[in-house]
Write a protein that binds this ligand. Structure first.
Ligand code: TPP
Length: 652
């Protein structure tokens, strides 16, 4: 193991800038060592961070952070940045409850100029900061670091369009490792590849000189610095014909992102050039660790591995013998079964073929599978087009990333009542990735869309039925959500039956109810297991219970709801979604419309941001475990009993 020494001396980038250049290579390997050791225990985005170690060192050496604004795209590659900006000593708490976040956060450090977790935001945010700087008459630098994968996201193009037009002083560093999570798909990544592999490395020095001379004021000065710089000028090649040049953004590069000398020198040359610039930096994802270098997709993120051997790394989604399959696996297997019967079914992912399980579909039906890049809005609108022409597209997107495509769901799919299926993975609290990744809004943002059927699976067997239900549904758009976890071990039906649309299911009902206080617990999705356990606790305290998995947030099973609301003293709704506008709200609205005088208690996630942490701990902290549900039900019953007693006294 490397003796950590240089890193120990760095409390801020000031200390980094004071180090001798020769120390930087050793520092880079120390950082890699700490990233590996920490990720092996805590999990995290391993390969992306290893790939930007030298780039991060160089950026903090050359730029005057935090005065200069350094903005990371996605932010999953920020571990070296965190270590160099005063968080090395706390780095072992990465992604731990109460520890430092796996993503940049403005409330964590002044060096985290922009909070992030979703892709393709950096250039827009950087432009905004540059415009604010100019409006305020200030002069700091603004630097966006954006991956080639993130560059498949539409937001980047909207930003580039604006940058090229407004022409502010801004540096975009394209961190091109030729990988998204999976190999990137798309014409743009092909183009980046051409920039790297074709003639540009071999362009004559004269071209660079000519172009530098054309850069106002600074060009001549740079040229005069002399012989030493000439080798690095080679890297400042600016081919006029790049797409960026045509948009008014100077293109520089490509340079080797692991050659510290080259990156530092280049950044020094370009940092005060005027106008918008894109510096193309070639890096290797997973650099410096043989296992991640050879299989960066598998090592994109993960935990529980032995640093020396690379063994034991198991990502969610990978089968482990003896354990139930993940919801993701069950979704993918069932979809493949349905697609075997229905040739109209196509599958779309936004750059997450493995994460969504759709690699399985891609293997079976390569011609019916589409990876559209990190482009959720496009994925949904494209699905709408397919549906117009008779296909039955299934768009599999994580709950939090589907937020990007809200208008496409509303305007392109639902308004035209098109048969698009939304398979919403990672619904609910996801754990260590924290607030950017928790999928806790989808029930709210979907249930208000007219005509959209919204289901939530309580276990993997129900998920199978929901996949089948959606595949055979002819009424318009339909969605089902499921969590990031293994299933419950439910028995999987070989030939799952579709569920009647809008039909909930009673999971438990007390045999004897009369003479006892009673509670109807209405759950949605995975909360059903805790609801059942809560009922057992309540029964042990003499309270009669009914537990129903409502299955559909929309359309709600009003018949079942009416019966249970009429028969029980109290209705408790339970969901792993924000209470605001979610399943409980739907129940409130329905009960109100039925004009039933019934107290309804809504349990769900609060109206505040949920930090990273272990899923069971977080659920417990919000009262969404069995005890919490029972506790809330009991106290609501008590206050109900008091108010009944009070009204009886008043009536007498
Ligand atoms: C809107 C959105 N969709 C999907 C993701 C999931 N995701 C995280 S990183 C990543 C790939 C990013 O690739 P790139 O920008 O090249 O960075 P690299 O991991 O290669 O460093 C994806 C698809 C996300 N973070 N945000």
């Amino acid at each position: 193991m490397t003796q950590v020494s240089w890193l120990d001396r760095i409390h801020s980038p000031e200390d980094l800038r004071a180090l001798p250049f020769d120390a930087l290579t050793e520092l880079a390997s120390e950082i890699r060592q700490v990233v590996a050791e920490t990720c092996s225990r805590n999990g995290g985005h391993f390969a992306p961070s290893l790939g930007v170690v030298e780039l991060t060192i160089a950026l903090h050496c050359v730029m005057d952070t935090p005065r200069d604004k350094l903005i990371w795209d996605v932010g999953h590659q920020c571990y070296p940045h965190k270590m160099l900006t005063g968080r090395a000593r706390r780095f072992h708490t990465l992604r731990q409850p109460g520890g430092i976040s796996g993503f940049p956060r403005r409330d964590e450090s002044p060096y985290d100029a922009f909070g992030v977790g979703h892709a393709s935001t950096a250039i827009s945010a950087a432009l905004g900061m540059a415009l604010a700087r100019d409006a305020n008459g200030e002069d700091y630098r603004v630097i966006a670091v954006c991956g080639d994968g993130a560059m498949s996201g539409g937001l980047c193009y909207e930003a580039l369009n604006n940058v090229g037009y407004l022409s502010p002083n801004i540096l975009i560093v394209l961190n091109d490792n030729e990988m998204s999570i999976a190999p990137p798909i798309g014409a743009m990544s092909r183009y980046f590849n051409q920039l790297i592999t074709t003639q540009f490395y071999n362009r004559s020095k004269q071209t660079a000189k000519d172009l530098l001379q054309r850069m106002p004021a600074v060009g001549q000065r740079v040229l005069n610095i002399g012989h030493k710089i000439e080798s690095s000028i080679k890297n400042l090649i600016v081919p006029q014909e790049t797409i960026f040049e045509k948009m008014g953004i100077r293109y520089l590069g490509p340079i080797d992102g692991h050659d510290l000398g080259e990156v530092v020198t280049t950044l020094r040359h370009v940092r005060d050039l005027k106008g918008p610039m894109l510096l193309h930096v070639k890096t290797v994802k997973g650099k410096g660790y043989e296992y991640s270098e050879s299989d960066p997709e598998r090592w994109h993120s993960g935990c529980d591995f032995e640093v020396e051997t690379g063994r034991k790394m198991v990502a969610v989604g990978e089968g482990v013998s003896g354990q139930p399959p993940t919801y993701t696996e069950v979704f993918a297997q069932t979809l493949v079964q349905e697609a075997e019967k229905d040739r109209r079914i196509t599958a779309i992912t936004a750059a997450m073929p493995a994460g969504t399980g759709l690699s399985l579909f891609a293997d079976k039906f390569p011609k019916r599978f589409y990876d559209v890049g990190i482009a959720e809005s496009h994925a949904v609108c494209c699905a709408a087009g397919m549906a117009c022409e008779g296909l039955r597209p299934v768009v599999a997107i994580y709950s939090s990333f589907l937020q990007r495509a809200f208008d496409q769901i509303v305007h392109d799919v639902a308004l035209q009542n098109l048969p698009v299926t939304f398979a919403i993975d990672r619904a609910g609290i996801v754990g260590d990735d924290g607030p950017t990744h928790h999928g806790v809004f989808d029930l709210s943002y979907l249930r208000m869309v007219p005509g959209l059927v919204v289901m939530a699976a309580r276990d993997e067997a129900e998920l199978r039925r929901m996949v089948v239900t959606a595949a055979r549904y002819d009424g318009g758009p339909i969605a089902y959500r499921y969590p990031r976890s293994r299933g419950t071990g439910a028995t999987l039906d070989e030939t799952p039956e579709p569920i009647e649309i809008g039909r909930g299911e009673v999971l438990y009902e007390s045999a004897r109810r009369s003479g006892r206080p009673s509670v109807a617990i209405l759950s949605i999705g995975t909360m059903s297991a805790s609801a059942l356990s809560a009922a057992a606790i309540l029964e042990s305290k003499g309270i009669a219970c009914a537990v129903a998995d409502m299955r559909f947030v929309k359309p709600l099973d009003r018949t079942l709801l009416k019966r249970l609301a009429e028969e029980c003293d109290l209705v408790v709704t339970v969901e792993e979604n924000v209470v605001a506008g979610g399943f409980g709200s739907a129940v409130n609205e329905a009960v109100g419309a039925m004009e039933i005088e019934r107290r309804v208690v809504n349990l769900g996630l609060p109206d505040r941001w949920i930090e990273h942490g272990r899923v069971p701990d977080l659920l417990k902290s919000f009262g969404l475990d069995a005890r919490g549900i029972a506790r809330h039900a009991l106290s609501a019953l008590e206050s109900h009993a008091q108010s009944v007693a009070h009204s009886e006294v008043v009536a007498k």
